[in-house]
Design a protein around this ligand. Structure first.
Ligand code: SAM
Length: 273
């Protein structure tokens, strides 16, 4: 079977289409985390950057702005629907449909960046070893990934509230490719060591996810992306309406005048090749 076949299907199917359709909503949701991750990566004027799992290209264009006309940025992703949105959003950036785990990269990048695009590899050691080949000898990788679901209330609170209304759920393998695959910092470090990286640095980022202006928008978002969206995808409209109600109530404690903002817990990760 092709490497990452399941994830390639997944991100080219309804989930990729949904990310493509709600790109602006998701970008608002992730804005605080995105700013922190870009500041951590610190792209400099003139640098050549590769954005792995670039999705709809938001960070790719932000990186292009940071490196300026003397630099260059390539976004790589497996999802055609998301790349289509990315390509339509601007000029001056190169987008590549490629599996970062196996693509033949050349050592021409000063910085490899990713916003939540590197937790989906079947064989993370092999994938990160392959990505390392994209870096010049004095280059660096910098990415943001999620810590545990229980610390990410935007993900754990909606699904916990909806559980009585959901069909029995298969136990989740915490190490399987997926958003929370790198929750364990010791495992993440050992993957990077085994993939040949040095100077590995992990910082906790305690931020928030802006799930929307009000509780209706927040419940809507929980039903569109994240663990609840996956668990409730096949349910009938009446059940989904009931779920919307309980999720709305469960998120009420996170409502602020600036939006519904549950805690979002990430690792900021940097390393050298
Ligand atoms: C959670 S989304 C994040 C997208 C984007 N970075 C953002 O923050 O909006 C994960 C992205 O990783 C991409 N992805 C997953 N596996 C990949 C792989 N093996 N190679 C390249 N991209 C991959 C998906 O297609 C998807 O666009």
């Amino acid at each position: 079977m092709t490497a990452n076949a399941e994830q390639i299907d997944y991100w080219n199917g309804p989930v990729g289409e949904r990310w493509a359709a709600y790109q602006d909503v998701l970008d608002k949701a992730l804005a605080a985390i995105s700013d922190a991750a870009l500041a951590f990566a610190h792209p400099n004027s003139g640098e050549r950057v590769l954005d792995i799992g670039c999705g709809c290209g938001t960070t790719t264009y932000a990186l292009a702005k940071a490196v300026g006309p003397s630099g260059s940025v390539t976004g790589a992703d497996i999802s055609l629907p998301m790349l289509k949105v990315a390509r339509g959003r601007g000029v001056g950036v190169n987008f590549l449909q490629a599996d970062a785990a196996t693509h033949l990269f050349h050592a021409t990048h000063d910085l490899v960046f990713s916003r939540f695009g590197v937790m989906f590899f079947d064989d993370p050691i092999a994938a990160f070893a392959n990505i390392r080949k994209a870096l010049v000898p004095n280059g660096r990788i910098a990415f943001v990934c999620w810590r545990a679901a229980r610390e990410n209330h935007w993900a754990s609170v909606p699904i916990a509230a909806a559980m009585p209304l959901l069909p029995p759920q298969e136990p989740v393998d915490p190490l399987a490719p997926g958003p929370f695959a790198f929750a364990d910092d010791a495992r993440l470090r050992s993957i990077l060591v085994d993939a040949g990286y040095h100077n590995i640095r992990l910082e906790s980022l305690n931020s928030t996810m802006n799930m929307g202006a009000d509780l209706d928008a927040a419940a809507d978002q929980a039903l569109r992306v994240g663990p609840l969206a996956r668990a409730a995808a096949e349910l009938d409209d009446a059940t989904r309406e009931k779920i919307r109600g309980v999720v709305r109530a469960a998120l009420a404690g996170f409502a602020t005048p600036q939006g519904v903002k549950p805690p979002a817990a990430c690792w900021l990760v940097a390393a050298t090749p």
